[in-house]
Design a protein around this ligand. Structure first.
Ligand code: G3H
Ligand code: ZN
Length: 278
């Protein structure tokens, strides 16, 4: 089906009190696995490309973006493209042409005033091009917003959303980027206060480390977009490692990449089923 927009998927999830999963893609196998997993769960999904992934591709956005857009157009479920954790206005300006409907502009390592100024400028720039925007708050004790111990203050978040004009806010409630165990404990009381205070959709980053029951409770509590990256890399790398251990003579890359793609698709299916039960 035709590419849809992140704003549309998030609005639909919010109305249904579910959440849409957004997966970070790095290779063609990630793209195919995310689409296959979402199709198996009959759930809409967001394919997201981080600035780090663009750097890994030698600074070029289009090879991955074009592949993602074509995969989305052939998908049996609605798929949107999102640019994730970007710092570059030049990259933001490539989004629309590359098929992206949304961006997460990340200035969260700046102190509050600098973060707000950078996000307000990025939101203006993005909105002028019709892009839905997400941002996060903010540095706590010299750490990023999804470092251990970071928490979003509801009053500060309200002011930040009103003053920046952002369409969605990533909140720090206990999840941490790049966890390889699903052991995070979320602050559901804080999420309740944030959901009550804010009238924009709330986004959970670092969701790979969040156990299933914590994730469903977070969706019930008001999380509408769930970002997952590391879990796919764990599935991919684990499958490749296992295949090569069992088949040390293997040469054809398709053998272990197939195993990797299937393992990632199973992870996507599990998470998308959890977030939007049909
Ligand atoms: O923006 C991307 C996500 O926050 C990914 O976090 O790799 O810890 O799942 P994760
Ligand atoms: Zn993130």
């Amino acid at each position: 089906m035709p590419l849809t927009t992140t704003g549309e998927l998030v609005a639909r999830a919010r109305a249904a009190r579910t959440a849409v999963a957004a997966f970070n893609i790095i290779t063609l196998e990630h793209i195919e696995a995310v689409v296959a997993g979402a199709e198996a769960a009959r759930a809409p999904v967001v394919l997201q490309v981080s600035e780090n992934a663009v750097a890994f591709r030698g600074g070029r956005l289009l090879p991955l973006a074009r592949a993602a857009a074509v995969a989305a157009e052939h998908a049996a479920v609605p798929v949107a493209l999102h640019l994730d954790h970007i710092h570059s206005a030049a990259l933001l300006d490539q989004a629309v042409d590359a098929g992206f409907s949304s961006v997460m502009y990340d200035a969260s390592r700046l102190p509050y005033d600098g973060n707000l100024a950078a996000i307000r400028a990025a939101v203006d720039r993005a909105h002028a091009q019709g892009l839905w925007t997400e941002a996060e708050l903010g540095e706590i004790g010299g750490k990023g917003a999804h470092a251990p111990g970071a928490r979003t203050d509801p009053a500060e978040a309200c002011a930040f959303v009103a003053d920046s004009g952002v369409d969605a806010l990533a909140v720090a409630i206990g999840s941490v980027h790049a966890m390889t165990t699903r052991t995070a404990t979320l602050d559901h009381a804080l999420l309740g206060r944030l959901a009550a205070a804010l009238d924009v959709p709330l986004v959970l980053h670092g969701s790979s480390g969040v156990p299933d029951d914590e994730l469903t409770a977070a969706v019930t509590g008001g999380i509408t977009k769930v970002n997952v990256g590391t879990a796919l890399n764990q599935a991919m790398t684990g499958a490749i490692r296992e295949h090569l251990t069992n088949h040390p003579e293997a040469v054809d890359s398709r053998t272990y990449l197939s195993a990797a793609r299937e393992a990632m698709a199973r992870t996507v299916e599990r998470i998308t089923r959890l977030l939007s039960p049909s």
